[in-house]
Design a protein around this ligand. Structure first.
Ligand SMILES: NC(=O)c1ccc[n+]([C@@H]2O[C@H](COP(=O)([O-])OP(=O)(O)OC[C@H]3O[C@@H](n4cnc5c(N)ncnc54)[C@H](OP(=O)(O)O)[C@@H]3O)[C@@H](O)[C@H]2O)c1
Length: 303
């Protein structure tokens, strides 16, 4: 039976805000949603929200009893908050409170790509979170499902995938012909909802989802077709950029160039971390209906 009482942590975020709307409009189950925020948060409930099914709860995240009280009676807690240095301690506090409150399922703030040693400097907190939650699940204290989705299509299109729709340019990593999985934010929300509606599936697992499995060159063909313009291409050596970025991160230089360089090349290098040819769970989670051309048209219309 579907989990009905859902807590979302990260309600104001890029994933959290659309997730709350998607949960409340879902036909898969009659969810009630609690946005659990820190006392310092400036989050306000969206206008015209159904107050019978939505609640805003504030708590001091460093006071265990307050978190337990906020999580009592809840079936699942979905963590969609910023993955920064607070990720591990905040998740630990929520996990401990969730266990005490009797929450059945936790979805951690993962939503990235597979593990690669080159991104350890960036994503080690996520690996530590996954290990901590898996340990708790092995002790039967709680269950979890984590989601890996590759880059979020619409948010990554310029920043990670290399396209500049205004300037009509694209930066290829090597030949631009390596495939990667990418998922729209709406589909990430649908995957979360599907997991909550069918909690017997994917228990204590990391699932992999995508809308599109494409190369930069395939995207360029569609972008040129839809804009009717020829784009200027340039090329960067993925291995050389990866080495520079990783060395910088190892020296503790978390500059935008190093962080983005590591993220981009981890996707586009030979051993990419968004290229899980097999073991993809999209179909079983009800995904598969998104049109790449339509998504590209939306981006072009906003550019
Ligand atoms: N695959 C991709 O392309 C991609 C892209 C972006 C993000 N992600 C991943 O998706 C997840 C969500 O990221 P996002 O970008 O949607 O997040 P975001 O927009 O940065 O999230 C902001 C929200 O997180 C809350 N928050 C931040 N730190 C917190 C803490 N220590 N404790 C409690 N709440 C906290 C904020 O609360 P306040 O209201 O208090 O400010 C706000 O509601 C992360 O795991 C991230 O790594 C993946």
């Amino acid at each position: 039976m579907a989990y009905k009482n859902i807590v979302v942590v990260g309600a104001k975020g890029k994933l959290g805000a659309p997730l709350i709307q998607a949960l409340l409009s879902s036909k898969l189950a009659d969810f009630t949603v609690t946005a659990l925020v820190r006392k310092s948060s400036e989050y306000a409930a969206p206008e015209n929200i159904d107050t019978n099914r939505f609640k805003l709860a504030r708590a001091s995240f460093d006071v265990h009893e307050e978190l337990v009280a906020a999580l009592k009676g809840q079936d699942a807690v979905v963590l969609v908050f910023t993955a920064n240095q607070e990720l591990y301690p905040t998740t630990k506090a929520i996990l401990e409170a969730a266990i005490e409150a009797g929450v059945k399922r936790i979805i951690p703030s993962e939503f990235g790509c597979d593990e690669l040693p080159m991104t350890d400097g960036l994503w080690m907190p996520k690996r530590m979170v996954n290990q901590m939650i898996d340990d708790a699940a092995k002790k039967n204290q709680i269950t979890y499902t984590a989601i890996r989705n590759g880059p979020w299509f619409e948010l990554a299109f310029e920043l990670i995938l290399g396209f500049n729709l205004k300037a009509k340019t694209v930066l290829f990593y090597d030949n631009g012909d390596r495939k990667f999985h990418t998922t729209t934010v709406a589909s990430v929300c649908q995957a979360i909802i599907s997991l909550l509606a069918h909690p017997d599936k994917f228990v204590n697992q990391i699932v992999h989802i995508h809308d599109f499995f494409v190369t930069q060159r395939e995207l360029l063909d569609l972008v040129e077709q839809e804009t009717g313009s020829k784009f200027e291409t340039s090329t960067v050596d993925a291995e050389a950029l990866a080495a520079r970025a990783v060395e910088g991160l190892q020296r503790g230089e978390f500059t935008q160039d190093n962080v983005l360089g590591a993220i981009r090349t981890s996707i586009f290098r030979e051993e990419g971390n968004a290229r899980w040819d097999v073991n993809d769970d999209s179909a079983e989670l009800g995904l598969g209906g998104v049109s790449l051309v339509e998504e590209i048209r939306k981006l072009i219309s906003k550019a």
